[in-house]
Design a protein around this ligand. Structure first.
Ligand code: SF4
Ligand code: SF4
Length: 366
Protein backbone atom coordinates (compact mmCIF):
# COMPACT_ATOMS: atom_id res chain seq x y z
CA UNK A 1 0.00 0.00 0.00
CA UNK A 2 1.22 3.46 -0.90
CA UNK A 3 2.65 5.42 2.02
CA UNK A 4 3.52 9.06 1.74
CA UNK A 5 5.04 10.93 4.64
CA UNK A 6 5.29 14.68 4.32
CA UNK A 7 7.50 17.05 6.23
CA UNK A 8 7.56 20.78 6.00
CA UNK A 9 10.85 22.57 6.39
CA UNK A 10 10.34 26.28 6.72
CA UNK A 11 13.74 27.85 6.37
CA UNK A 12 15.34 30.55 4.28
CA UNK A 13 17.31 30.57 1.04
CA UNK A 14 17.80 32.72 -2.03
CA UNK A 15 19.48 29.82 -3.75
CA UNK A 16 16.57 27.62 -4.73
CA UNK A 17 13.13 28.27 -6.14
CA UNK A 18 11.92 24.70 -5.90
CA UNK A 19 9.13 23.88 -3.50
CA UNK A 20 9.47 20.17 -2.98
CA UNK A 21 11.57 17.12 -3.62
CA UNK A 22 10.71 13.49 -3.30
CA UNK A 23 13.04 10.87 -1.92
CA UNK A 24 12.90 7.13 -1.47
CA UNK A 25 12.04 6.37 2.12
CA UNK A 26 14.83 3.94 2.80
CA UNK A 27 17.43 6.56 2.01
CA UNK A 28 15.92 9.59 3.62
CA UNK A 29 16.95 8.83 7.15
CA UNK A 30 20.57 8.91 6.12
CA UNK A 31 20.16 12.61 5.51
CA UNK A 32 20.78 15.09 8.24
CA UNK A 33 18.75 18.22 7.70
CA UNK A 34 21.64 20.53 8.34
CA UNK A 35 23.04 23.61 6.72
CA UNK A 36 22.08 23.46 3.01
CA UNK A 37 18.52 22.38 3.76
CA UNK A 38 18.19 24.98 6.45
CA UNK A 39 19.09 27.69 3.96
CA UNK A 40 16.23 26.71 1.67
CA UNK A 41 12.84 28.28 1.63
CA UNK A 42 9.78 26.11 2.33
CA UNK A 43 11.13 22.84 1.02
CA UNK A 44 8.55 20.11 1.24
CA UNK A 45 10.11 16.67 1.55
CA UNK A 46 7.93 13.85 0.28
CA UNK A 47 9.16 10.45 1.33
CA UNK A 48 8.19 7.43 -0.68
CA UNK A 49 9.01 3.78 -1.11
CA UNK A 50 7.50 3.60 -4.52
CA UNK A 51 9.02 4.24 -7.91
CA UNK A 52 5.44 4.93 -9.07
CA UNK A 53 5.14 7.88 -6.69
CA UNK A 54 8.46 9.15 -7.87
CA UNK A 55 7.36 8.79 -11.48
CA UNK A 56 4.08 10.61 -10.81
CA UNK A 57 5.94 13.44 -9.14
CA UNK A 58 8.45 13.75 -11.95
CA UNK A 59 5.61 14.03 -14.44
CA UNK A 60 4.01 16.83 -12.44
CA UNK A 61 7.18 18.70 -11.78
CA UNK A 62 8.44 21.36 -14.14
CA UNK A 63 11.42 22.09 -11.92
CA UNK A 64 12.80 18.58 -11.85
CA UNK A 65 16.28 19.42 -13.19
CA UNK A 66 16.89 21.74 -10.27
CA UNK A 67 17.32 18.72 -8.01
CA UNK A 68 20.69 18.32 -9.63
CA UNK A 69 21.66 21.68 -8.21
CA UNK A 70 20.77 20.49 -4.73
CA UNK A 71 22.83 17.37 -5.19
CA UNK A 72 25.78 19.46 -6.28
CA UNK A 73 25.53 21.49 -3.10
CA UNK A 74 25.37 18.34 -1.04
CA UNK A 75 28.39 16.83 -2.75
CA UNK A 76 30.45 19.00 -0.44
CA UNK A 77 28.67 17.67 2.62
CA UNK A 78 30.03 14.60 4.30
CA UNK A 79 26.63 13.31 5.38
CA UNK A 80 25.13 13.75 1.95
CA UNK A 81 28.07 12.13 0.19
CA UNK A 82 27.23 8.93 2.03
CA UNK A 83 23.67 9.30 0.87
CA UNK A 84 24.74 9.75 -2.74
CA UNK A 85 26.90 6.67 -2.66
CA UNK A 86 24.11 4.64 -1.16
CA UNK A 87 21.30 6.04 -3.20
CA UNK A 88 22.75 5.39 -6.62
CA UNK A 89 19.36 5.53 -8.29
CA UNK A 90 18.67 9.17 -7.61
CA UNK A 91 22.14 10.30 -8.56
CA UNK A 92 22.28 8.17 -11.71
CA UNK A 93 19.00 9.52 -12.91
CA UNK A 94 20.44 13.02 -12.89
CA UNK A 95 22.96 11.95 -15.48
CA UNK A 96 20.38 11.38 -18.14
CA UNK A 97 16.75 12.31 -17.50
CA UNK A 98 16.04 16.03 -17.41
CA UNK A 99 12.24 16.24 -17.42
CA UNK A 100 9.03 14.57 -18.51
CA UNK A 101 6.68 16.38 -20.88
CA UNK A 102 2.92 16.65 -20.49
CA UNK A 103 2.49 14.13 -23.32
CA UNK A 104 4.72 11.63 -21.46
CA UNK A 105 7.89 12.00 -23.48
CA UNK A 106 11.10 11.62 -21.53
CA UNK A 107 13.46 14.58 -21.65
CA UNK A 108 17.11 13.62 -21.93
CA UNK A 109 20.26 15.64 -21.85
CA UNK A 110 21.34 13.98 -25.09
CA UNK A 111 20.54 11.14 -27.46
CA UNK A 112 23.12 9.78 -29.87
CA UNK A 113 22.94 7.76 -33.06
CA UNK A 114 25.83 6.17 -34.99
CA UNK A 115 24.76 6.72 -38.59
CA UNK A 116 27.96 5.08 -39.87
CA UNK A 117 29.62 2.09 -38.22
CA UNK A 118 33.07 2.33 -39.83
CA UNK A 119 35.58 5.16 -39.99
CA UNK A 120 38.37 6.60 -42.14
CA UNK A 121 40.63 6.42 -39.04
CA UNK A 122 41.63 3.46 -36.91
CA UNK A 123 42.06 5.05 -33.49
CA UNK A 124 43.27 2.65 -30.84
CA UNK A 125 40.64 2.48 -28.07
CA UNK A 126 37.88 3.98 -30.25
CA UNK A 127 34.95 3.29 -27.92
CA UNK A 128 32.55 2.78 -30.84
CA UNK A 129 34.90 0.02 -32.11
CA UNK A 130 34.71 1.67 -35.53
CA UNK A 131 38.08 0.36 -36.79
CA UNK A 132 36.52 -3.11 -36.68
CA UNK A 133 33.18 -2.27 -38.24
CA UNK A 134 31.99 -1.50 -41.71
CA UNK A 135 28.96 0.05 -43.38
CA UNK A 136 26.35 2.61 -42.47
CA UNK A 137 22.68 2.67 -41.49
CA UNK A 138 20.49 3.38 -44.55
CA UNK A 139 18.49 6.62 -44.54
CA UNK A 140 15.16 4.73 -44.57
CA UNK A 141 16.06 2.85 -41.39
CA UNK A 142 17.30 5.97 -39.66
CA UNK A 143 14.08 7.81 -40.58
CA UNK A 144 12.03 4.96 -39.13
CA UNK A 145 14.06 5.04 -35.87
CA UNK A 146 13.73 8.83 -35.66
CA UNK A 147 9.98 8.70 -36.23
CA UNK A 148 9.46 5.99 -33.60
CA UNK A 149 11.60 7.48 -30.86
CA UNK A 150 10.82 11.15 -31.36
CA UNK A 151 7.33 10.28 -30.08
CA UNK A 152 8.87 8.97 -26.83
CA UNK A 153 12.04 10.94 -26.12
CA UNK A 154 12.93 14.64 -26.28
CA UNK A 155 16.70 15.16 -26.07
CA UNK A 156 18.17 18.61 -25.52
CA UNK A 157 20.85 17.59 -28.00
CA UNK A 158 20.55 15.00 -30.77
CA UNK A 159 24.01 13.80 -31.81
CA UNK A 160 24.85 12.35 -35.23
CA UNK A 161 28.08 10.43 -35.13
CA UNK A 162 29.74 7.13 -35.92
CA UNK A 163 32.27 5.95 -36.93
CA UNK A 164 32.69 8.89 -39.19
CA UNK A 165 29.25 10.32 -40.10
CA UNK A 166 30.54 12.10 -43.21
CA UNK A 167 31.13 8.66 -44.76
CA UNK A 168 27.35 8.23 -45.02
CA UNK A 169 26.43 8.48 -48.73
CA UNK A 170 23.25 10.41 -47.87
CA UNK A 171 24.53 12.36 -44.89
CA UNK A 172 22.80 15.57 -46.00
CA UNK A 173 19.41 13.78 -46.02
CA UNK A 174 20.14 12.23 -42.63
CA UNK A 175 20.91 15.69 -41.22
CA UNK A 176 17.64 17.06 -42.63
CA UNK A 177 15.68 14.07 -41.28
CA UNK A 178 17.20 14.62 -37.84
CA UNK A 179 16.16 18.28 -37.98
CA UNK A 180 12.62 17.31 -39.00
CA UNK A 181 11.96 14.64 -36.37
CA UNK A 182 13.94 16.24 -33.53
CA UNK A 183 12.92 19.81 -34.22
CA UNK A 184 13.02 20.83 -30.55
CA UNK A 185 16.56 19.51 -30.13
CA UNK A 186 19.92 21.00 -30.96
CA UNK A 187 21.30 18.86 -33.80
CA UNK A 188 25.01 18.13 -33.30
CA UNK A 189 27.38 16.56 -35.82
CA UNK A 190 30.41 14.85 -34.23
CA UNK A 191 33.12 14.24 -36.82
CA UNK A 192 36.86 13.93 -37.25
CA UNK A 193 36.40 16.57 -39.96
CA UNK A 194 38.77 15.11 -42.53
CA UNK A 195 36.12 14.61 -45.21
CA UNK A 196 34.62 18.11 -45.30
CA UNK A 197 36.69 19.21 -48.33
CA UNK A 198 35.25 16.27 -50.31
CA UNK A 199 31.59 16.91 -49.43
CA UNK A 200 29.04 18.46 -51.76
CA UNK A 201 27.38 21.82 -51.20
CA UNK A 202 24.20 19.96 -50.15
CA UNK A 203 25.89 18.84 -46.93
CA UNK A 204 26.82 22.38 -45.93
CA UNK A 205 23.32 23.61 -46.80
CA UNK A 206 21.75 20.86 -44.68
CA UNK A 207 23.97 21.84 -41.74
CA UNK A 208 22.82 25.44 -42.14
CA UNK A 209 19.17 24.43 -42.48
CA UNK A 210 19.04 22.59 -39.15
CA UNK A 211 21.41 25.09 -37.42
CA UNK A 212 23.66 22.17 -36.55
CA UNK A 213 26.50 22.46 -34.08
CA UNK A 214 29.66 20.93 -35.52
CA UNK A 215 32.12 19.28 -33.15
CA UNK A 216 35.41 18.23 -34.68
CA UNK A 217 37.64 15.85 -32.78
CA UNK A 218 41.33 16.40 -33.46
CA UNK A 219 43.02 13.03 -32.97
CA UNK A 220 46.64 13.46 -33.97
CA UNK A 221 49.38 16.04 -34.20
CA UNK A 222 51.80 15.18 -37.02
CA UNK A 223 52.53 17.69 -39.83
CA UNK A 224 50.72 15.75 -42.58
CA UNK A 225 47.60 15.32 -40.46
CA UNK A 226 47.70 18.93 -39.30
CA UNK A 227 47.78 20.15 -42.90
CA UNK A 228 44.67 18.16 -43.80
CA UNK A 229 43.00 19.28 -40.59
CA UNK A 230 43.61 22.92 -41.52
CA UNK A 231 42.11 22.31 -44.98
CA UNK A 232 38.94 21.03 -43.33
CA UNK A 233 38.76 24.05 -41.06
CA UNK A 234 39.21 26.34 -44.05
CA UNK A 235 36.40 24.51 -45.86
CA UNK A 236 34.00 25.12 -42.95
CA UNK A 237 34.96 28.77 -42.74
CA UNK A 238 34.43 29.18 -46.49
CA UNK A 239 30.92 27.82 -46.01
CA UNK A 240 30.22 30.13 -43.06
CA UNK A 241 29.84 27.28 -40.60
CA UNK A 242 31.03 27.65 -37.02
CA UNK A 243 32.52 24.69 -35.16
CA UNK A 244 34.09 23.52 -31.90
CA UNK A 245 37.36 21.58 -31.80
CA UNK A 246 37.85 18.81 -29.24
CA UNK A 247 41.48 18.03 -28.66
CA UNK A 248 41.18 14.26 -28.43
CA UNK A 249 44.92 14.08 -29.13
CA UNK A 250 45.51 15.51 -25.64
CA UNK A 251 43.10 13.33 -23.71
CA UNK A 252 42.46 9.80 -24.88
CA UNK A 253 41.49 6.94 -22.59
CA UNK A 254 41.78 3.17 -22.69
CA UNK A 255 38.38 1.60 -23.30
CA UNK A 256 39.42 -2.06 -23.62
CA UNK A 257 42.49 -4.21 -23.12
CA UNK A 258 44.70 -5.08 -26.06
CA UNK A 259 45.97 -8.61 -26.67
CA UNK A 260 48.98 -8.70 -29.02
CA UNK A 261 49.86 -12.39 -28.82
CA UNK A 262 48.92 -13.24 -32.45
CA UNK A 263 50.82 -10.43 -34.11
CA UNK A 264 47.84 -8.12 -34.34
CA UNK A 265 45.97 -5.99 -31.84
CA UNK A 266 42.87 -7.68 -30.54
CA UNK A 267 40.51 -5.85 -28.16
CA UNK A 268 39.47 -7.68 -25.02
CA UNK A 269 37.03 -6.69 -22.26
CA UNK A 270 38.42 -5.66 -18.89
CA UNK A 271 36.19 -8.03 -16.88
CA UNK A 272 36.05 -5.40 -14.14
CA UNK A 273 33.86 -5.12 -11.08
CA UNK A 274 30.87 -3.61 -12.90
CA UNK A 275 30.00 -1.26 -10.02
CA UNK A 276 33.50 0.20 -10.03
CA UNK A 277 33.45 0.53 -13.83
CA UNK A 278 30.14 2.37 -13.61
CA UNK A 279 31.37 4.67 -10.86
CA UNK A 280 34.27 5.78 -13.02
CA UNK A 281 32.28 5.91 -16.26
CA UNK A 282 32.39 9.07 -18.36
CA UNK A 283 29.75 7.87 -20.87
CA UNK A 284 26.71 7.78 -18.58
CA UNK A 285 24.93 10.50 -20.53
CA UNK A 286 25.50 8.86 -23.90
CA UNK A 287 22.05 7.29 -24.34
CA UNK A 288 22.08 5.80 -27.83
CA UNK A 289 19.64 4.88 -30.56
CA UNK A 290 20.72 1.73 -32.39
CA UNK A 291 18.80 -0.88 -34.36
CA UNK A 292 15.54 0.90 -33.49
CA UNK A 293 16.20 0.35 -29.76
CA UNK A 294 17.48 2.70 -27.07
CA UNK A 295 20.68 1.69 -25.25
CA UNK A 296 21.86 3.10 -21.95
CA UNK A 297 25.20 4.04 -23.45
CA UNK A 298 26.91 4.27 -26.81
CA UNK A 299 29.63 1.85 -25.75
CA UNK A 300 27.30 -1.06 -25.04
CA UNK A 301 25.36 -0.30 -28.26
CA UNK A 302 28.55 -0.39 -30.35
CA UNK A 303 29.94 -3.46 -28.60
CA UNK A 304 26.72 -5.41 -28.94
CA UNK A 305 26.47 -4.38 -32.61
CA UNK A 306 30.08 -5.45 -33.25
CA UNK A 307 29.55 -8.74 -31.41
CA UNK A 308 26.46 -9.55 -33.48
CA UNK A 309 28.29 -8.55 -36.66
CA UNK A 310 30.87 -11.18 -35.55
CA UNK A 311 33.79 -8.77 -35.47
CA UNK A 312 34.21 -9.36 -31.72
CA UNK A 313 34.75 -12.92 -30.53
CA UNK A 314 33.32 -14.99 -27.65
CA UNK A 315 35.42 -13.05 -25.10
CA UNK A 316 32.70 -10.41 -25.44
CA UNK A 317 29.71 -12.76 -24.86
CA UNK A 318 28.58 -10.67 -21.93
CA UNK A 319 27.55 -7.71 -24.09
CA UNK A 320 24.97 -9.88 -25.82
CA UNK A 321 23.03 -10.17 -22.55
CA UNK A 322 22.14 -6.49 -22.41
CA UNK A 323 18.48 -5.79 -23.22
CA UNK A 324 17.90 -2.33 -24.69
CA UNK A 325 14.55 -0.53 -24.75
CA UNK A 326 12.42 -1.79 -27.62
CA UNK A 327 10.19 0.42 -29.81
CA UNK A 328 7.02 -0.73 -28.03
CA UNK A 329 8.22 0.35 -24.56
CA UNK A 330 6.22 2.80 -22.45
CA UNK A 331 7.40 6.11 -20.98
CA UNK A 332 7.53 4.40 -17.61
CA UNK A 333 9.82 1.67 -19.04
CA UNK A 334 12.16 4.37 -20.37
CA UNK A 335 12.12 6.18 -17.05
CA UNK A 336 12.98 3.05 -15.07
CA UNK A 337 15.62 1.80 -17.53
CA UNK A 338 17.44 5.10 -17.74
CA UNK A 339 17.14 5.78 -14.01
CA UNK A 340 18.99 2.70 -12.89
CA UNK A 341 22.67 2.57 -12.05
CA UNK A 342 25.42 0.03 -12.78
CA UNK A 343 24.46 -2.93 -14.93
CA UNK A 344 26.39 -6.24 -15.26
CA UNK A 345 27.61 -5.51 -18.80
CA UNK A 346 29.57 -2.50 -17.43
CA UNK A 347 32.20 -5.13 -16.51
CA UNK A 348 33.66 -4.75 -20.01
CA UNK A 349 34.86 -1.25 -19.12
CA UNK A 350 37.89 -0.26 -17.00
CA UNK A 351 37.56 0.47 -13.29
CA UNK A 352 39.80 3.52 -13.59
CA UNK A 353 40.30 6.14 -16.27
CA UNK A 354 43.69 5.49 -17.85
CA UNK A 355 44.82 8.30 -20.15
CA UNK A 356 46.95 7.06 -23.05
CA UNK A 357 48.74 8.46 -26.08
CA UNK A 358 46.46 8.49 -29.15
CA UNK A 359 47.66 6.27 -31.96
CA UNK A 360 46.28 4.19 -34.81
CA UNK A 361 46.74 0.48 -35.01
CA UNK A 362 46.05 -2.45 -37.25
CA UNK A 363 43.25 -4.67 -36.11
CA UNK A 364 42.60 -8.00 -37.68
CA UNK A 365 38.97 -7.95 -38.81
CA UNK A 366 37.22 -11.28 -38.36
S1 SF4 B 1 37.93 9.14 -35.56
FE1 SF4 B 1 36.48 8.72 -33.91
S2 SF4 B 1 35.08 7.16 -34.74
FE2 SF4 B 1 36.92 7.19 -36.04
S3 SF4 B 1 38.23 5.58 -35.22
FE3 SF4 B 1 38.83 7.55 -34.28
S4 SF4 B 1 37.66 7.64 -32.37
FE4 SF4 B 1 36.70 6.07 -33.64
S1 SF4 C 1 28.99 -0.12 -20.34
FE1 SF4 C 1 28.65 0.91 -18.35
S2 SF4 C 1 30.68 1.58 -17.66
FE2 SF4 C 1 30.84 1.08 -19.85
S3 SF4 C 1 30.53 3.01 -20.91
FE3 SF4 C 1 28.52 2.03 -20.78
S4 SF4 C 1 27.59 2.82 -18.89
FE4 SF4 C 1 29.79 3.28 -18.82
Amino acid sequence: METLVRRELITHSELFLIDHIIIHKQYLFRLKFTSPFQRMKKIKIIITNSINDFWAWCKRSVIYPTIEKIIRVFLNQKSFRRYLLFNGRLLDMMNRITHITNDDRIGLDQLEVDIVKGCNFRCKFCNHVSPLRKGCVPLEQLSEWFETWSKKIVPDRFLLLGGEPLLHPEVEKVILAAGTYWKDSQIVLITNGMLFPKKSQAVFEALHTVHAQIHISKHFDDPEYNLKFQESIACLKKNNLSFHIHHSNQKWAETYRIDRTNGHDKPLPFNSDFNKAWNGCIAKKCVTLFDNCVYRCSVIAALQGAYREKVLDHSWNVVNGYQPLSPDCSAYDIFVHLSSGAFPECCVCPEHLNIVKPEQFQLKTA
